[in-house]
Ligand binder design. Structure first.
Ligand code: DMJ
Length: 467
């Protein structure tokens, strides 16, 4: 890392001029300039709502009662052969925020009348927690029907055996009926991204077991950080040994950092503040990288800080939001400017690039939300119109390239714009929710009173405030 890292002061000077230059470019590229903005928030809010209805109508027509819409074959997909109602659960709180009463009522009836977790299937602990447990808890928070909480509690109990490893770090898979576990090699994201959901479940049910198991898992992971304060990308949950020592903020580690900060803000538990403060220092010291193309985060060995690669991608674009939430607006704005360059390489965002050459390494766009989430956070903190302009670009490009006859389709390639046959539930939970919240009046959702889980499900912040 030494060759890539300057002294902090120099970095910040370079950064500020870079931010200035990048944002001039952005302004020129997207509109005729500040004060001459073409943004009509009301119209855009309305348009996002219409696009959401288009996505939901596609799901209703061809995938009703199933996990996901396959928009090109006009069919459906269930992750585990039987449906866990992934799309309706992920989408319900977006409908509530958009005040789509008809759609919210039909999704609610589907979920409450026929969903059961009594299914003999082995599910991915992380995905089921962030999408379903998170979705059910925020549904309860916004709708107040206790049946949502009952479903969440039932699911929470069925997931608990995942933590029965020697270290207490969860196995990647757990059977919802037998509790049989599988997948002893996991990663920080899958181990550390359960706290907000399980912690909230403890607060709502009064049962501390959910909070203590997930907190212990995070502490176990954190305690295995290297001497320079970094974590690797794969760890064995039985032995506690690292299997892969590459450190980064990319998929596989990303939301571990997000949840350290957010768990502190949500629960007011100082242990999380301490873990966040120490971790972000190390990340900024060893992984932050300023090069001619902008400000980015690289991959380095967790022990030696030696750079291994300079990849960055759509998933990594969650980090400006986390930096902003943690109070570091300078780095957050600089990184979002880099992310926006990545989006504009081909008019829509590739999955991975090499940020030193700006070459595309993985060309797909699976309808991801992260860059939009970051624009929403940055607009909240700065009220700078350039983030609305970015949002308009994101919306226009998604509609232009991903809108299908029924629903929206992922892209196989942002270069050829060839579509792929899937509409992930996070498109309704996150991508369209963050776009909507970006344009909607601030009182649509009081930003300061909630913490979003990593799937954009808002959890009430009352717990932390009580302390
Ligand atoms: C979502 O399921 C969550 O945002 C997760 O943290 C990362 N991947 C997808 C969206 O890209």
């Amino acid at each position: 890392m030494k060759t890539h890292h300057c002294n902090f002061k120099i970095l910040m000077v370079v950064l500020s001029s870079f931010v200035f230059l990048s944002f001039s470019t952005i302004t020129k590229a997207s509109t005729s300039g500040k004060g001459d903005s073409q943004i009509n928030k009301e119209e855009l809010e309305k348009q996002v709502k219409e696009e959401f209805i288009h996505a939901w109508d596609g799901y209703k027509k061809y995938a009703w009662g199933h996990d996901e819409l396959l928009p090109l074959s006009k069919s459906y997909k269930d992750w585990y052969g039987v449906s866990l109602y992934m799309t309706p659960i992920d989408a319900f709180d977006t409908m509530k925020l958009m005040k789509l009463d008809k759609q919210a009522n039909e999704a609610k009836a589907l979920i409450l009348d026929s969903l059961s977790f009594n299914k003999n299937i082995s599910v991915q602990t992380f995905e089921i927690t962030i999408r379903l447990l998170g979705g059910l808890l925020s549904s309860y928070g916004l709708d107040h029907d206790k049946k949502f909480l009952a479903l969440a509690e039932d699911l929470g109990h069925r997931l608990l055996p995942a933590f029965n490893s020697k270290t207490g770090m969860p196995y990647r898979f757990v059977n919802l009926v037998t509790g049989k576990t599988d997948g002893n090699v996991s990663n920080p994201a899958e181990i550390g991204t359960l706290m907000i959901e399980f912690g909230t479940l403890s607060k709502l049910t009064g049962n501390p077991v959910f909070y203590s198991k997930t907190k212990n898992a995070i502490v176990q992971l954190y305690n295995r950080r290297s001497k320079i304060g970094l974590v690797g990308s794969e760890i064995n949950v039985e032995t506690g040994e690292w299997v892969n020592t590459t450190s980064h903020i990319r998929g596989g580690i990303d939301s571990y950092y997000e949840y350290l900060l957010k768990s502190w803000l949500l629960f007011g538990d100082k242990d999380f503040k301490n873990m966040w403060d120490n971790s972000i220092k190390a990340v900024n010291k060893y992984l932050a990288d300023s090069v001619s193309t902008g400000f980015w985060y690289a991959q380095a060995d967790m022990h030696t800080d030696k750079i291994k690669s300079t990849h960055y991608g759509a998933l990594d674009a969650f980090f400006p939001a986390v930096l902003a939430l943690g109070g570091d607006l300078k780095r957050a704005e600089a990184l979002e400017a880099s992310c926006y360059k990545m989006w504009n390489l081909q008019g829509i965002e590739p999955e991975t690039i090499d940020f030193t050459t700006m070459k595309i390494l993985s060309p797909q766009y699976p309808l991801r939300p992260e860059i939009i989430e970051s624009a929403y956070y940055l607009y909240h903190y700065t009220r700078d119109e350039k983030y609305l302009e970015m949002g308009k670009t994101f919306l226009d490009d998604i509609v232009k390239y991903c809108r299908a006859e029924d629903g929206f389709a992922e892209l196989k390639s942002v270069i050829t714009k060839e579509k792929d046959d899937d509409m992930e539930s996070f498109f309704l939970a996150e991508t369209l929710k963050y776009l909507y919240l970006l344009f909607a009046p601030p009182d649509t959702l009081n930003f300061e009173s909630v913490i979003f889980n990593t799937e954009a499900h808002p959890m009430q912040r009352a717990w932390g405030r009580l302390k």
